[in-house]
Ligand binder design. Structure first.
Ligand code: F6R
Length: 548
Protein backbone atom coordinates (compact mmCIF):
# COMPACT_ATOMS: atom_id res chain seq x y z
CA UNK A 1 0.00 0.00 0.00
CA UNK A 2 1.21 3.48 -0.74
CA UNK A 3 -0.13 6.97 -1.37
CA UNK A 4 1.19 9.99 -3.26
CA UNK A 5 -0.13 13.20 -4.76
CA UNK A 6 1.02 15.81 -7.25
CA UNK A 7 -0.03 18.99 -5.54
CA UNK A 8 -1.48 22.04 -7.31
CA UNK A 9 -0.87 24.79 -4.77
CA UNK A 10 -3.89 26.51 -3.27
CA UNK A 11 -2.69 27.32 0.26
CA UNK A 12 1.06 27.81 0.64
CA UNK A 13 3.81 27.88 -1.96
CA UNK A 14 5.06 24.71 -3.66
CA UNK A 15 7.89 23.71 -1.26
CA UNK A 16 8.70 20.45 0.55
CA UNK A 17 7.04 21.58 3.76
CA UNK A 18 3.71 21.87 1.92
CA UNK A 19 4.05 18.68 -0.09
CA UNK A 20 1.72 15.75 0.51
CA UNK A 21 1.31 13.33 2.19
CA UNK A 22 0.80 15.22 5.43
CA UNK A 23 1.41 13.22 8.63
CA UNK A 24 -0.56 13.60 11.84
CA UNK A 25 1.27 15.07 14.83
CA UNK A 26 1.90 11.61 16.29
CA UNK A 27 3.05 10.28 12.92
CA UNK A 28 0.40 7.55 12.92
CA UNK A 29 -1.65 8.78 9.95
CA UNK A 30 -0.69 10.13 6.54
CA UNK A 31 -3.11 11.84 4.20
CA UNK A 32 -3.26 13.16 0.63
CA UNK A 33 -5.95 15.59 -0.41
CA UNK A 34 -7.17 17.21 -3.62
CA UNK A 35 -9.50 20.18 -3.13
CA UNK A 36 -9.86 23.00 -0.63
CA UNK A 37 -10.93 22.87 3.01
CA UNK A 38 -12.73 26.21 3.22
CA UNK A 39 -13.16 26.29 7.01
CA UNK A 40 -9.56 25.27 7.69
CA UNK A 41 -8.94 28.56 9.56
CA UNK A 42 -11.38 28.00 12.46
CA UNK A 43 -10.62 24.26 12.55
CA UNK A 44 -6.88 24.97 12.79
CA UNK A 45 -7.39 27.51 15.56
CA UNK A 46 -9.48 25.07 17.54
CA UNK A 47 -6.94 22.26 17.08
CA UNK A 48 -4.03 24.54 18.03
CA UNK A 49 -5.85 25.48 21.22
CA UNK A 50 -5.87 21.74 21.97
CA UNK A 51 -2.11 21.50 21.52
CA UNK A 52 -1.76 20.50 17.86
CA UNK A 53 1.35 21.85 16.17
CA UNK A 54 1.28 22.48 12.41
CA UNK A 55 4.28 22.19 10.10
CA UNK A 56 2.85 23.40 6.78
CA UNK A 57 0.87 26.32 5.34
CA UNK A 58 -1.73 24.02 3.80
CA UNK A 59 -5.41 23.59 4.48
CA UNK A 60 -4.88 19.83 4.11
CA UNK A 61 -2.80 19.42 7.26
CA UNK A 62 -5.81 20.47 9.31
CA UNK A 63 -7.70 17.37 8.16
CA UNK A 64 -5.09 14.90 9.32
CA UNK A 65 -4.81 16.62 12.72
CA UNK A 66 -8.59 16.57 13.02
CA UNK A 67 -8.55 12.81 12.41
CA UNK A 68 -5.80 12.35 14.98
CA UNK A 69 -7.83 14.38 17.46
CA UNK A 70 -10.97 12.31 16.94
CA UNK A 71 -9.05 9.03 17.25
CA UNK A 72 -7.48 10.19 20.52
CA UNK A 73 -10.68 11.45 22.09
CA UNK A 74 -13.32 9.01 20.91
CA UNK A 75 -13.39 5.25 20.89
CA UNK A 76 -13.81 4.88 17.13
CA UNK A 77 -11.89 3.23 14.29
CA UNK A 78 -10.29 5.14 11.42
CA UNK A 79 -13.28 4.73 9.09
CA UNK A 80 -15.60 6.25 11.68
CA UNK A 81 -13.05 8.97 12.47
CA UNK A 82 -12.96 9.95 8.77
CA UNK A 83 -16.75 9.97 8.65
CA UNK A 84 -16.96 12.19 11.74
CA UNK A 85 -14.20 14.50 10.50
CA UNK A 86 -15.91 15.01 7.18
CA UNK A 87 -19.13 16.10 8.86
CA UNK A 88 -17.13 19.06 10.24
CA UNK A 89 -15.43 20.01 6.99
CA UNK A 90 -16.69 22.65 4.56
CA UNK A 91 -15.21 22.64 1.08
CA UNK A 92 -14.15 20.14 -1.55
CA UNK A 93 -12.07 17.07 -1.08
CA UNK A 94 -10.87 13.79 -2.43
CA UNK A 95 -8.72 12.24 0.28
CA UNK A 96 -6.81 9.07 0.94
CA UNK A 97 -5.59 8.20 4.45
CA UNK A 98 -3.27 5.43 5.61
CA UNK A 99 -2.65 4.29 9.16
CA UNK A 100 0.71 3.08 10.49
CA UNK A 101 -1.03 1.02 13.18
CA UNK A 102 -3.27 -0.73 10.64
CA UNK A 103 -1.08 -1.14 7.59
CA UNK A 104 -3.75 -3.17 5.75
CA UNK A 105 -6.27 -0.33 5.96
CA UNK A 106 -6.76 2.56 3.59
CA UNK A 107 -9.61 5.05 3.55
CA UNK A 108 -10.65 7.28 0.65
CA UNK A 109 -13.49 9.80 0.50
CA UNK A 110 -14.93 12.37 -1.84
CA UNK A 111 -16.94 15.54 -1.96
CA UNK A 112 -16.61 17.82 -4.96
CA UNK A 113 -13.25 16.50 -6.20
CA UNK A 114 -13.06 13.44 -8.42
CA UNK A 115 -12.15 9.99 -7.11
CA UNK A 116 -11.98 6.69 -8.98
CA UNK A 117 -11.17 3.23 -7.66
CA UNK A 118 -9.70 0.72 -10.09
CA UNK A 119 -10.47 -2.92 -9.31
CA UNK A 120 -7.44 -5.07 -10.12
CA UNK A 121 -7.45 -8.65 -11.36
CA UNK A 122 -5.87 -10.05 -8.22
CA UNK A 123 -8.05 -10.32 -5.19
CA UNK A 124 -7.55 -7.34 -2.93
CA UNK A 125 -5.82 -5.29 -5.62
CA UNK A 126 -7.15 -1.73 -5.86
CA UNK A 127 -5.92 1.50 -7.43
CA UNK A 128 -7.16 4.93 -6.44
CA UNK A 129 -6.83 8.04 -8.58
CA UNK A 130 -8.40 11.35 -9.48
CA UNK A 131 -9.33 9.93 -12.87
CA UNK A 132 -9.00 6.70 -14.74
CA UNK A 133 -5.93 7.52 -16.89
CA UNK A 134 -3.24 6.63 -14.33
CA UNK A 135 -5.08 3.42 -13.46
CA UNK A 136 -5.70 2.10 -16.94
CA UNK A 137 -2.33 0.37 -17.26
CA UNK A 138 -3.39 -1.90 -14.39
CA UNK A 139 -7.13 -2.34 -14.88
CA UNK A 140 -10.07 -1.13 -16.95
CA UNK A 141 -12.62 -1.94 -14.25
CA UNK A 142 -13.38 1.15 -12.24
CA UNK A 143 -15.79 2.42 -9.62
CA UNK A 144 -16.61 6.14 -9.61
CA UNK A 145 -17.02 7.31 -6.03
CA UNK A 146 -19.86 9.80 -5.53
CA UNK A 147 -19.94 12.88 -3.34
CA UNK A 148 -20.30 12.12 0.37
CA UNK A 149 -19.11 8.55 -0.06
CA UNK A 150 -16.26 6.94 1.88
CA UNK A 151 -14.40 3.86 0.68
CA UNK A 152 -12.49 1.57 2.99
CA UNK A 153 -10.04 -1.00 1.74
CA UNK A 154 -9.28 -3.28 4.69
CA UNK A 155 -7.50 -6.62 4.41
CA UNK A 156 -8.17 -6.67 0.68
CA UNK A 157 -11.91 -6.01 0.95
CA UNK A 158 -13.63 -2.88 -0.35
CA UNK A 159 -16.49 -1.28 1.53
CA UNK A 160 -18.27 1.88 0.40
CA UNK A 161 -20.61 3.85 2.63
CA UNK A 162 -22.00 7.38 2.74
CA UNK A 163 -21.18 9.97 5.38
CA UNK A 164 -24.66 9.15 6.72
CA UNK A 165 -23.53 5.57 7.31
CA UNK A 166 -25.52 3.98 4.47
CA UNK A 167 -23.70 1.03 2.87
CA UNK A 168 -23.50 1.29 -0.96
CA UNK A 169 -23.18 -1.48 -3.50
CA UNK A 170 -20.31 -0.50 -5.80
CA UNK A 171 -21.06 -0.31 -9.52
CA UNK A 172 -18.05 -1.48 -11.52
CA UNK A 173 -17.74 0.08 -15.00
CA UNK A 174 -15.57 -1.38 -17.73
CA UNK A 175 -13.69 1.36 -19.63
CA UNK A 176 -12.88 1.07 -23.31
CA UNK A 177 -9.74 3.21 -22.99
CA UNK A 178 -6.63 1.75 -24.59
CA UNK A 179 -3.20 2.24 -23.06
CA UNK A 180 -1.78 3.42 -26.41
CA UNK A 181 -4.14 6.38 -26.22
CA UNK A 182 -2.21 7.49 -23.15
CA UNK A 183 1.24 7.24 -24.74
CA UNK A 184 3.13 9.63 -27.00
CA UNK A 185 3.21 7.28 -30.00
CA UNK A 186 6.59 8.57 -31.20
CA UNK A 187 5.78 12.27 -30.87
CA UNK A 188 8.05 14.47 -28.76
CA UNK A 189 5.14 15.75 -26.73
CA UNK A 190 1.54 14.85 -25.98
CA UNK A 191 0.50 18.29 -27.21
CA UNK A 192 1.96 17.66 -30.67
CA UNK A 193 0.45 14.19 -30.81
CA UNK A 194 -2.92 15.60 -29.85
CA UNK A 195 -2.71 18.39 -32.45
CA UNK A 196 -1.97 15.75 -35.09
CA UNK A 197 -4.80 13.53 -33.86
CA UNK A 198 -7.42 16.11 -34.80
CA UNK A 199 -8.52 14.65 -38.14
CA UNK A 200 -9.27 11.43 -36.20
CA UNK A 201 -10.83 13.06 -33.15
CA UNK A 202 -13.12 15.27 -35.23
CA UNK A 203 -14.14 12.29 -37.35
CA UNK A 204 -14.82 10.21 -34.21
CA UNK A 205 -16.94 13.03 -32.78
CA UNK A 206 -19.18 12.88 -35.89
CA UNK A 207 -19.19 9.10 -36.33
CA UNK A 208 -22.66 7.56 -36.22
CA UNK A 209 -24.17 11.01 -35.93
CA UNK A 210 -24.25 12.35 -39.49
CA UNK A 211 -25.42 10.63 -42.68
CA UNK A 212 -24.98 13.15 -45.53
CA UNK A 213 -26.05 10.71 -48.26
CA UNK A 214 -29.32 10.05 -46.50
CA UNK A 215 -29.66 13.75 -45.60
CA UNK A 216 -30.02 12.75 -41.97
CA UNK A 217 -28.37 13.24 -38.60
CA UNK A 218 -29.00 12.07 -35.03
CA UNK A 219 -27.74 12.88 -31.58
CA UNK A 220 -28.77 9.81 -29.61
CA UNK A 221 -27.97 11.38 -26.25
CA UNK A 222 -30.45 14.22 -26.86
CA UNK A 223 -33.33 12.20 -28.27
CA UNK A 224 -35.57 12.66 -25.27
CA UNK A 225 -34.93 16.39 -25.32
CA UNK A 226 -35.86 17.10 -28.94
CA UNK A 227 -39.14 18.72 -27.90
CA UNK A 228 -37.31 21.00 -25.47
CA UNK A 229 -34.78 21.91 -28.13
CA UNK A 230 -37.57 22.58 -30.63
CA UNK A 231 -39.29 25.06 -28.31
CA UNK A 232 -36.39 26.51 -26.33
CA UNK A 233 -36.49 30.29 -26.24
CA UNK A 234 -33.00 30.73 -24.92
CA UNK A 235 -29.82 28.76 -24.48
CA UNK A 236 -27.13 29.51 -21.95
CA UNK A 237 -23.69 28.00 -22.39
CA UNK A 238 -21.47 27.71 -19.30
CA UNK A 239 -17.81 26.73 -19.45
CA UNK A 240 -14.27 27.84 -18.58
CA UNK A 241 -11.10 28.58 -20.54
CA UNK A 242 -10.81 26.86 -23.88
CA UNK A 243 -14.22 25.25 -23.42
CA UNK A 244 -15.66 28.76 -23.02
CA UNK A 245 -14.07 29.68 -26.37
CA UNK A 246 -15.78 26.65 -27.92
CA UNK A 247 -18.98 28.01 -26.35
CA UNK A 248 -18.51 31.31 -28.19
CA UNK A 249 -18.22 29.40 -31.46
CA UNK A 250 -21.38 27.52 -30.44
CA UNK A 251 -23.20 30.81 -29.85
CA UNK A 252 -22.39 31.93 -33.36
CA UNK A 253 -23.45 28.61 -34.91
CA UNK A 254 -26.66 28.06 -32.93
CA UNK A 255 -27.83 31.63 -33.51
CA UNK A 256 -26.90 31.47 -37.19
CA UNK A 257 -28.42 28.06 -37.95
CA UNK A 258 -31.21 27.59 -35.42
CA UNK A 259 -32.07 31.25 -34.72
CA UNK A 260 -32.25 30.81 -30.93
CA UNK A 261 -30.66 33.46 -28.70
CA UNK A 262 -27.59 32.12 -26.93
CA UNK A 263 -25.68 33.58 -23.99
CA UNK A 264 -22.18 32.34 -23.19
CA UNK A 265 -21.11 32.63 -19.57
CA UNK A 266 -17.91 32.06 -17.66
CA UNK A 267 -19.07 29.35 -15.27
CA UNK A 268 -17.13 31.00 -12.44
CA UNK A 269 -19.01 34.30 -12.88
CA UNK A 270 -22.42 32.82 -13.62
CA UNK A 271 -22.73 31.36 -10.17
CA UNK A 272 -21.97 34.55 -8.32
CA UNK A 273 -24.30 37.00 -9.99
CA UNK A 274 -27.79 35.67 -9.36
CA UNK A 275 -28.49 34.93 -13.04
CA UNK A 276 -32.02 35.07 -14.41
CA UNK A 277 -32.76 31.50 -15.30
CA UNK A 278 -35.86 29.32 -15.24
CA UNK A 279 -37.23 25.93 -16.18
CA UNK A 280 -37.78 27.25 -19.71
CA UNK A 281 -34.04 27.58 -20.27
CA UNK A 282 -31.60 25.08 -21.66
CA UNK A 283 -28.12 25.24 -20.20
CA UNK A 284 -25.28 23.61 -22.12
CA UNK A 285 -22.22 22.88 -19.98
CA UNK A 286 -19.01 22.28 -21.91
CA UNK A 287 -16.02 20.60 -20.29
CA UNK A 288 -13.18 18.41 -21.50
CA UNK A 289 -12.45 16.88 -18.11
CA UNK A 290 -16.00 16.88 -16.79
CA UNK A 291 -14.50 17.79 -13.42
CA UNK A 292 -14.07 21.58 -13.53
CA UNK A 293 -15.32 22.85 -10.17
CA UNK A 294 -16.56 26.20 -11.50
CA UNK A 295 -18.60 24.52 -14.23
CA UNK A 296 -20.01 22.01 -11.73
CA UNK A 297 -21.07 24.87 -9.44
CA UNK A 298 -22.79 26.66 -12.36
CA UNK A 299 -24.67 23.47 -13.26
CA UNK A 300 -25.79 23.06 -9.66
CA UNK A 301 -27.22 26.56 -9.64
CA UNK A 302 -28.99 26.13 -13.00
CA UNK A 303 -30.42 22.82 -11.78
CA UNK A 304 -31.76 24.42 -8.61
CA UNK A 305 -33.62 26.90 -10.79
CA UNK A 306 -35.15 24.15 -12.88
CA UNK A 307 -33.29 24.56 -16.17
CA UNK A 308 -32.63 21.58 -18.44
CA UNK A 309 -28.92 20.81 -18.39
CA UNK A 310 -27.17 19.32 -21.39
CA UNK A 311 -23.48 18.42 -21.31
CA UNK A 312 -20.69 18.32 -23.87
CA UNK A 313 -17.87 16.38 -22.23
CA UNK A 314 -14.88 14.32 -23.21
CA UNK A 315 -14.20 12.15 -20.18
CA UNK A 316 -16.75 9.36 -20.02
CA UNK A 317 -18.12 8.77 -16.53
CA UNK A 318 -16.74 12.02 -15.11
CA UNK A 319 -18.81 14.17 -12.76
CA UNK A 320 -20.44 16.58 -15.26
CA UNK A 321 -21.96 13.94 -17.56
CA UNK A 322 -23.28 12.22 -14.47
CA UNK A 323 -25.04 15.34 -13.23
CA UNK A 324 -26.53 16.61 -16.51
CA UNK A 325 -29.97 15.61 -17.81
CA UNK A 326 -28.55 14.51 -21.14
CA UNK A 327 -25.60 15.22 -23.34
CA UNK A 328 -23.29 14.46 -26.22
CA UNK A 329 -19.80 13.12 -25.66
CA UNK A 330 -16.90 14.44 -27.70
CA UNK A 331 -14.89 11.45 -28.80
CA UNK A 332 -11.51 13.15 -28.75
CA UNK A 333 -9.94 10.38 -26.65
CA UNK A 334 -7.84 11.13 -23.58
CA UNK A 335 -6.20 14.55 -23.69
CA UNK A 336 -2.97 14.37 -21.70
CA UNK A 337 -1.19 17.62 -22.63
CA UNK A 338 -2.30 20.17 -20.05
CA UNK A 339 -3.43 22.67 -22.68
CA UNK A 340 -6.50 21.78 -24.62
CA UNK A 341 -6.15 21.19 -28.38
CA UNK A 342 -8.07 18.25 -29.81
CA UNK A 343 -10.75 18.63 -27.14
CA UNK A 344 -11.48 22.16 -28.43
CA UNK A 345 -12.01 21.08 -32.03
CA UNK A 346 -14.08 18.10 -30.86
CA UNK A 347 -16.26 20.45 -28.77
CA UNK A 348 -16.69 22.74 -31.78
CA UNK A 349 -17.63 19.71 -33.89
CA UNK A 350 -20.31 18.64 -31.41
CA UNK A 351 -21.63 22.21 -31.13
CA UNK A 352 -21.84 22.33 -34.93
CA UNK A 353 -23.86 19.11 -34.83
CA UNK A 354 -26.13 20.52 -32.12
CA UNK A 355 -26.66 23.73 -34.09
CA UNK A 356 -27.56 21.78 -37.24
CA UNK A 357 -29.80 19.43 -35.25
CA UNK A 358 -31.67 22.35 -33.70
CA UNK A 359 -31.96 24.14 -37.04
CA UNK A 360 -33.51 21.01 -38.49
CA UNK A 361 -35.88 20.45 -35.55
CA UNK A 362 -37.05 24.05 -35.63
CA UNK A 363 -37.44 24.17 -39.40
CA UNK A 364 -34.92 26.99 -39.73
CA UNK A 365 -32.82 25.50 -42.49
CA UNK A 366 -33.79 24.30 -45.95
CA UNK A 367 -33.10 20.59 -46.47
CA UNK A 368 -30.74 21.38 -49.37
CA UNK A 369 -28.62 23.65 -47.16
CA UNK A 370 -28.75 21.08 -44.35
CA UNK A 371 -27.48 18.32 -46.62
CA UNK A 372 -24.86 20.62 -48.12
CA UNK A 373 -23.49 21.44 -44.65
CA UNK A 374 -23.52 17.78 -43.60
CA UNK A 375 -21.42 17.03 -46.65
CA UNK A 376 -18.97 19.82 -45.90
CA UNK A 377 -18.74 18.64 -42.29
CA UNK A 378 -18.01 15.09 -43.33
CA UNK A 379 -15.09 16.36 -45.38
CA UNK A 380 -13.64 18.52 -42.57
CA UNK A 381 -11.24 15.86 -41.20
CA UNK A 382 -9.55 15.77 -44.64
CA UNK A 383 -9.24 19.56 -44.63
CA UNK A 384 -7.80 19.45 -41.10
CA UNK A 385 -5.26 16.91 -42.35
CA UNK A 386 -4.36 19.30 -45.14
CA UNK A 387 -4.15 22.21 -42.69
CA UNK A 388 -1.58 20.31 -40.61
CA UNK A 389 0.73 20.82 -43.58
CA UNK A 390 1.35 24.32 -42.17
CA UNK A 391 3.62 22.89 -39.47
CA UNK A 392 6.84 24.04 -41.20
CA UNK A 393 5.47 27.54 -41.78
CA UNK A 394 4.49 27.88 -38.12
CA UNK A 395 7.96 26.66 -37.07
CA UNK A 396 9.54 29.37 -39.19
CA UNK A 397 7.26 32.09 -37.80
CA UNK A 398 7.86 30.84 -34.24
CA UNK A 399 11.58 31.65 -34.75
CA UNK A 400 10.56 35.18 -35.68
CA UNK A 401 8.30 35.79 -32.67
CA UNK A 402 10.03 33.74 -29.97
CA UNK A 403 11.61 36.79 -28.30
CA UNK A 404 8.44 38.88 -28.23
CA UNK A 405 7.07 39.80 -24.82
CA UNK A 406 3.54 40.52 -26.04
CA UNK A 407 1.30 39.46 -28.91
CA UNK A 408 -2.16 40.39 -30.16
CA UNK A 409 -4.57 38.04 -31.90
CA UNK A 410 -7.37 39.53 -33.98
CA UNK A 411 -10.46 38.01 -35.57
CA UNK A 412 -14.00 39.00 -36.48
CA UNK A 413 -17.29 37.11 -36.28
CA UNK A 414 -16.62 33.44 -35.83
CA UNK A 415 -12.91 34.26 -36.14
CA UNK A 416 -12.99 36.14 -32.83
CA UNK A 417 -13.16 33.07 -30.54
CA UNK A 418 -10.39 31.59 -32.69
CA UNK A 419 -8.27 34.67 -31.91
CA UNK A 420 -9.03 34.23 -28.20
CA UNK A 421 -8.06 30.58 -28.35
CA UNK A 422 -4.83 31.33 -30.25
CA UNK A 423 -3.85 33.92 -27.64
CA UNK A 424 -4.65 31.56 -24.77
CA UNK A 425 -2.54 28.78 -26.29
CA UNK A 426 0.45 31.09 -26.74
CA UNK A 427 0.31 32.57 -23.25
CA UNK A 428 -0.27 29.24 -21.51
CA UNK A 429 2.75 27.43 -22.85
CA UNK A 430 5.25 30.07 -24.02
CA UNK A 431 4.50 32.61 -21.24
CA UNK A 432 4.37 35.40 -23.85
CA UNK A 433 1.64 37.78 -22.82
CA UNK A 434 -1.01 37.50 -25.53
CA UNK A 435 -4.48 39.01 -25.93
CA UNK A 436 -7.28 38.10 -28.30
CA UNK A 437 -9.49 40.94 -29.57
CA UNK A 438 -12.30 41.42 -32.04
CA UNK A 439 -10.36 43.03 -34.90
CA UNK A 440 -12.58 46.13 -34.98
CA UNK A 441 -12.17 46.71 -31.24
CA UNK A 442 -8.46 47.23 -31.70
CA UNK A 443 -8.94 50.88 -32.56
CA UNK A 444 -10.75 51.43 -29.25
CA UNK A 445 -7.65 50.87 -27.16
CA UNK A 446 -5.22 48.05 -27.91
CA UNK A 447 -3.95 49.87 -31.01
CA UNK A 448 -1.91 51.98 -28.57
CA UNK A 449 0.27 48.91 -27.98
CA UNK A 450 1.26 48.38 -31.58
CA UNK A 451 4.82 49.11 -32.64
CA UNK A 452 7.49 47.28 -34.63
CA UNK A 453 8.00 44.77 -31.79
CA UNK A 454 4.40 43.64 -31.57
CA UNK A 455 3.44 40.45 -33.44
CA UNK A 456 -0.19 40.73 -34.53
CA UNK A 457 -1.79 37.45 -35.57
CA UNK A 458 -4.87 38.06 -37.73
CA UNK A 459 -7.53 35.57 -38.83
CA UNK A 460 -7.94 36.93 -42.34
CA UNK A 461 -9.62 34.15 -44.28
CA UNK A 462 -11.95 34.92 -47.20
CA UNK A 463 -15.31 35.12 -45.49
CA UNK A 464 -18.01 37.69 -44.78
CA UNK A 465 -15.68 40.07 -42.93
CA UNK A 466 -12.70 39.72 -45.24
CA UNK A 467 -12.68 43.30 -46.55
CA UNK A 468 -13.11 44.73 -43.07
CA UNK A 469 -10.25 42.62 -41.72
CA UNK A 470 -8.03 43.88 -44.54
CA UNK A 471 -8.75 47.42 -43.33
CA UNK A 472 -7.76 46.36 -39.79
CA UNK A 473 -4.52 44.88 -41.15
CA UNK A 474 -3.80 48.20 -42.88
CA UNK A 475 -4.23 49.95 -39.53
CA UNK A 476 -1.71 47.61 -37.90
CA UNK A 477 0.70 47.99 -40.80
CA UNK A 478 0.53 51.79 -40.60
CA UNK A 479 1.85 51.44 -37.04
CA UNK A 480 4.61 49.01 -38.06
CA UNK A 481 3.15 45.96 -36.28
CA UNK A 482 4.48 42.57 -37.47
CA UNK A 483 1.55 40.90 -39.20
CA UNK A 484 1.08 37.14 -39.20
CA UNK A 485 -2.05 36.33 -41.16
CA UNK A 486 -4.05 33.12 -41.40
CA UNK A 487 -5.39 33.25 -44.96
CA UNK A 488 -7.44 31.17 -47.35
CA UNK A 489 -5.42 29.13 -49.81
CA UNK A 490 -4.61 31.20 -52.92
CA UNK A 491 -5.11 34.56 -51.19
CA UNK A 492 -3.19 37.47 -52.68
CA UNK A 493 -4.60 40.64 -51.08
CA UNK A 494 -3.59 39.84 -47.49
CA UNK A 495 -0.33 38.29 -48.64
CA UNK A 496 0.66 41.62 -50.15
CA UNK A 497 0.25 43.29 -46.76
CA UNK A 498 1.31 40.72 -44.17
CA UNK A 499 4.85 39.90 -43.03
CA UNK A 500 4.02 36.20 -42.81
CA UNK A 501 1.04 34.21 -44.00
CA UNK A 502 -0.21 30.71 -43.26
CA UNK A 503 -2.64 29.21 -45.73
CA UNK A 504 -5.60 27.07 -44.74
CA UNK A 505 -8.07 25.36 -47.10
CA UNK A 506 -11.25 27.13 -48.14
CA UNK A 507 -14.44 25.98 -46.39
CA UNK A 508 -17.83 27.33 -45.41
CA UNK A 509 -17.38 30.15 -42.88
CA UNK A 510 -19.16 28.12 -40.19
CA UNK A 511 -16.26 25.66 -40.18
CA UNK A 512 -13.49 28.24 -39.97
CA UNK A 513 -12.67 27.52 -36.29
CA UNK A 514 -12.00 23.85 -37.03
CA UNK A 515 -9.29 24.84 -39.52
CA UNK A 516 -7.93 28.22 -38.40
CA UNK A 517 -7.23 27.01 -34.84
CA UNK A 518 -4.73 24.40 -36.07
CA UNK A 519 -1.93 26.80 -37.15
CA UNK A 520 -2.39 28.77 -33.91
CA UNK A 521 -1.92 25.62 -31.84
CA UNK A 522 1.23 24.78 -33.80
CA UNK A 523 2.53 28.34 -33.55
CA UNK A 524 2.15 28.24 -29.75
CA UNK A 525 3.79 24.81 -29.61
CA UNK A 526 6.88 25.75 -31.65
CA UNK A 527 7.28 29.12 -29.93
CA UNK A 528 7.15 27.48 -26.50
CA UNK A 529 9.70 24.85 -27.55
CA UNK A 530 12.10 27.52 -28.82
CA UNK A 531 11.77 29.32 -25.50
CA UNK A 532 12.66 26.11 -23.66
CA UNK A 533 9.25 25.76 -22.00
CA UNK A 534 7.62 22.54 -20.82
CA UNK A 535 4.76 22.37 -23.32
CA UNK A 536 2.98 19.38 -21.81
CA UNK A 537 3.07 20.65 -18.25
CA UNK A 538 3.20 24.44 -18.24
CA UNK A 539 3.91 26.09 -14.91
CA UNK A 540 1.02 26.77 -12.54
CA UNK A 541 -1.56 24.92 -14.66
CA UNK A 542 -3.44 21.70 -13.97
CA UNK A 543 -5.32 19.50 -16.42
CA UNK A 544 -8.46 19.36 -14.32
CA UNK A 545 -9.17 22.47 -12.28
CA UNK A 546 -11.08 20.88 -9.44
CA UNK A 547 -10.99 23.89 -7.13
CA UNK A 548 -13.24 26.94 -7.36
C1 F6R B 1 -6.69 25.72 -21.90
C2 F6R B 1 -7.26 24.81 -20.95
C3 F6R B 1 -8.19 25.36 -19.91
C4 F6R B 1 -9.46 24.50 -19.86
C5 F6R B 1 -10.36 24.94 -18.71
C6 F6R B 1 -11.65 24.17 -18.68
O1 F6R B 1 -5.79 25.12 -22.75
O2 F6R B 1 -7.01 23.64 -21.00
O3 F6R B 1 -8.50 26.69 -20.14
O4 F6R B 1 -10.12 24.62 -21.08
O5 F6R B 1 -9.69 24.76 -17.49
O6 F6R B 1 -11.43 22.80 -18.53
P1 F6R B 1 -12.52 21.73 -18.90
O7 F6R B 1 -12.78 21.83 -20.35
O8 F6R B 1 -11.91 20.42 -18.50
O9 F6R B 1 -13.74 22.07 -18.10
Amino acid sequence: MGIGHTRWATHGEPVDRNAHPHPSGDGRLALVHNGIIENYGPLKKELMSRGHVFDSDTDTEVLVHLLEDILKNEAVDLLEAVRLALTQVVGAYAIVVVDRDNPDHLIAARKGSPLVIGVGEDKGEYFIGSDASPIIEHTRNVIYINDFEIAEIANGELLIKTVDNEIKTPYVEHLELQLEMLEKAGYDHFMLKEIYEQPRSIRDSMRGRIYPKEGFMQLGGLKEYDEKLRHAQRIIIVACGTSWHAGLVGEYLIEEFARVPVGVEYASEFRYRNPIISEKDIVIAISQSGETADTIAAIELAKERGATILGICNVVGSTIPRMTDAGVYTHAGPEIGVVSTKAFTAQVTVLTLMALHMAHLRGKMAQTKFVELLNVLENIPKLVEETLGCDEATKYIAEEIKDATNAIFLGRGIGFPVALEGALKLKEISYIHAEGYPAAEMKHGPIALIDENMPVVVIATRNSSYEKVISNIQEVKARKGRIIAIVTKGDTAVKALADYTIEIPDADEAFLPLLATIPLQLLAYHTALLRGCNVDQPRNLAKSVTVE
